[in-house]
Design a protein around this ligand. Structure first.
Ligand code: IVH
Length: 730
């Protein structure tokens, strides 16, 4: 086996040879040599050790740069260059070498639609016949295997290796469910070499890692590594214990078989008992290829295995032969790679966040990195136990994963890249914000909390922000900045005084004020400032919020474990804050959707005097503490039954959501577009095309006052007043 040093020196050798030729500068040659050795090392780690040191995206980037360099200076492209080789160089292993009957090639990659269209056009141009059919299939993120069948019997199974010689893993492959030992059906060829991809199903991956960690072993960074680790086991019983699967994606050498198209080969293979991908499709146009690519871009998580792209192949085998291959990859196939969902980045620090209920959560601060379409620099680490489980140290290069819209997650460290400067994370013993000694959570041995819920500034701000959210009071003008401003200005010391806020107090919060103008009424000016539009909006929002249903008020109290579902259940069962407060734990716990943990948290919450103070002050300020009717609107006068109302533009007393809810709970339909079926259009400030359309269709238009009257008394009065005003105008 050439050691890493051997590989570097062979790269350097190329460098000295090529020094005489062409125009490549010394810098270019150095870069070539550097890229070649980086790629060689990465290949050895990936194929040889099953322990990648760089992400697939970084690897693709290095390879692309090397290819570009060699395209500019062809004299650098030597047979030993990584661009001319398939996979890792041969190495000594515990497995016997097997020479493949036909070479196993790799694939060239494209990374965007334009590159794919260029490839399709170029390939089409190279072919003598017009309009080839394209076979589109998903690119399974697994491990290539080469299986040989003689007279229908599995005689050998090998890894890809360098494409010519692989490792004999027959006993291991034979344990994989779905790999036929004996082919069934008719016209079984005398010799058949089949290529496929072995993968670890996503579903079983989390369970495997959990059991590895439980038995004190390191978890796998991703399902591909799990497949590789499970397959290259000296003991086939270990492979057999893992839920590996295989899908076939090609044939190599064969005798006694007449096959014309790759897709026809798949049909034969399926007939003989091989697992073929359900996702392949033969198409005839560039547009259809692009549609396939875009479909699997959207649905890449709908399959039972991971995919890192799509493979497009010329379907006719004669055309494949006509196009031929380079030393590394066929000219008749291309891999379209999707943006990476897994990247490597540096873990700069682990800090802790203090949440709404005091829970102290460590989170990772990383060098910003682009993954799955967005830039990520933070990821939660949940608790100290999780940090230990993942085995990450501050300063590590870590594998970060973000699949689609899923929250970014650190999978683990790249241990091979440590240089000794990394340090362990130590969970603080005191709250980093208020200094109070932290305590373990009652119900969990893994989480800790800051017990100073009354005055820890972090918890106060999180609670204020939380109660303003759409899940609770829906106070649009109170965001994160607003919450912090109300607290730091001293206008609020906690949430108890929120609904007492008035213009006089709010003028003391710079965020909600602006410099006074000459036109402002002098009685509203304090120290040259008046309330800004957002200040007025906050006061109006607070007024409206007082009328929110009981469940939203409950969510706003930040009782541990009481989110919207539990709050709705409690409100429905008990109907009022008083009834909830005086209910026993048993009564609370027997509510549908409320268990003992929630019941105990609620009962305990009401034992704290300052909590009672919050409830009482809110009630005094006019916050609704009982649902006379159920929150669904039962019992509320169904003033809008059968009517469709569209609200457009900004209203002062309603947010978009609260206006909708007000319509729905009164039996109406809140529509988002104006049509002839619309009964009323409520037009606020800065309304756009919907208001124009309402006029065009001569629909009844209401301002905010009219809307409030409509909600209270139904359409009779509104139509009456509309008619009146229209007749006056007309
Ligand atoms: S065809 C001559 N089809 O991707 C063409 N390969 O990056 C050989 N792979 O070595 C491959 N899914 O292990 C082909 N649907 C698919 C594939 C696929 C995954 C792997 C295969 C190949 C590697 C190249």
């Amino acid at each position: 086996m050439p050691s890493d040093d051997d590989q570097i020196s062979s790269a350097e050798l190329q460098l000295s040879e090529s020094a005489e030729i062409g125009e490549a500068s010394l810098d270019d040659k150095h870069r070539w040599s550097e890229l070649a050795s980086l790629i060689n090392d990465a290949q050895e780690a990936y194929y040889g050790q099953d322990a990648p040191t760089i992400s697939d995206a970084e690897y693709d980037g290095l390879m692309r740069e090397l290819q570009d360099l060699e395209a500019r200076f062809p004299q650098l492209r030597t047979p030993e260059s990584p661009t001319q080789r398939v996979g890792a160089a041969q190495r000594i292993t515990d497995f016997a070498p097997v020479t493949h009957l036909a070479r196993l090639l790799s694939l060239d990659n494209v990374f965007n639609t334009q590159e794919l269209v260029d490839w399709l056009t170029r390939t089409q141009r190279l072919l003598a016949t017009a309009d080839p059919s394209w076979l589109c299939e998903v690119k399974i993120d697994g491990l290539a295997v080469d299986l040989v069948y003689r007279d229908g019997r599995l005689t050998s199974a090998a890894t890809r290796g360098d494409g010519r010689v692989g490792e004999d893993i027959t006993p291991n492959v034979a344990t994989i469910a779905g790999v036929p030992h004996l082919l069934q059906g008719e016209h079984i060829p005398a010799l058949l070499e089949v290529r496929g991809e072995v993968f670890f199903p996503i579903e079983g991956f989390a369970d495997l890692n959990a059991s590895l960690v439980e038995s004190g072993k390191a978890p796998f960074a991703n399902p591909r590594n799990a497949a590789a680790g499970s397959l290259r086991q000296k003991n086939p019983a270990v492979t057999a214990s893992r839920p590996l699967q295989m899908l076939v994606h090609g044939i190599g050498a064969y005798e006694g078989l007449d096959v014309r198209r790759q897709s026809q080969a798949y049909e034969f293979l399926a007939g003989w008992g091989f697992p073929t991908s359900p996702a392949y499709k033969v198409v005839n146009t560039t547009d259809e290829v692009l549609q396939y690519v875009s479909y699997y871009g959207e649905h890449r998580h709908d399959l039972k295995h991971e995919i890192d792209g799509v493979v497009v192949k010329v379907d006719e085998l004669d055309r494949q032969i006509e196009l031929g291959e380079t030393s590394r990859a066929p000219r008749w196939a291309i891999a379209f790679k999707y943006p990476p969902e897994q990247v490597n980045t540096k873990l700069l620090d682990i800090q802790v966040n203090v949440g709404r209920t005091g829970r102290v959560t460590p989170f990772a601060v990383m060098e910003p990195v682009r993954v799955a379409g967005s830039t990520v620099s933070r990821a939660t680490l949940h608790n100290a136990w999780e940090v230990a489980r993942k085995g990450v140290l501050i300063g590590d290069t870590v594998v970060l994963r973000k699949a689609g819209d899923v929250i970014p997650e650190i999978l683990g460290p790249v241990v091979e890249l440590r240089d000794g400067t990394e340090r362990s994370f130590v969970m603080p013993t005191h709250c980093p914000i208020c200094g109070t000694e932290l305590r373990p959570e009652k119900e969990s041995d893994k989480d800790i909390r800051c017990p100073n819920s009354k005055s820890c500034p972090a918890q106060l701000a999180e609670r204020l922000f939380g109660l303003a959210s759409r899940q609770s009071f829906d106070i649009e003008a109170l965001g994160w900045e607003g919450a912090k401003a109300l607290l730091t200005s001293g206008v609020l010391s906690n949430e108890a005084g929120l609904f007492d806020l008035d213009a006089e107090q709010l003028i003391g919060v710079p965020l909600y004020t602006r410099a006074a103008k000459k036109t402002d009424p002098p009685e509203q000016v304090v120290d040259g400032r008046v309330l800004s539009a957002s200040g007025h909006k906050l006061l109006a929002n607070l007024q409206t919020a007082k009328d929110q249903p009981l469940w939203r008020v409950l969510v706003g109290l930040s009782i541990r474990h009481v989110g919207p579902s539990a709050a709705r259940a409690l409100a429905e069962r008990f109907g009022s804050m008083d009834a909830i407060r005086s209910a026993s734990v048993e009564e609370l716990a027997t509510t549908d959707g409320v268990g003992l943990i929630i019941a105990e948290a609620v009962a305990e919450w009401f034992t704290e005097p300052w909590h009672i103070d919050v409830v009482e002050r809110w009630a005094k300020a006019g916050v609704r503490m009982a649902d006379e009717s159920a929150e669904t609107g039962e019992g509320l006068q169904q003033t809008l039954a059968g009517l469709t109302v569209v609200v457009t533009g900004t209203l002062t007393g309603f947010t978009r959501d609260s206006a909708k809810e007000a319509i729905i709970v009164r039996g109406g339909k809140a529509a988002s577009s104006v049509s002839r079926k619309t009964d009323f259009v409520v037009v606020g400030e800065n309304a756009g095309s919907k208001a124009d359309k309402a006029e065009e269709l001569k629909l009844p238009i209401l301002d905010e006052e009219g809307f409030v009257r409509l909600l209270e008394s139904g359409p009779a009065t509104e139509i009456g007043s509309l008619k009146q005003s229209q007749s006056i105008e007309g």
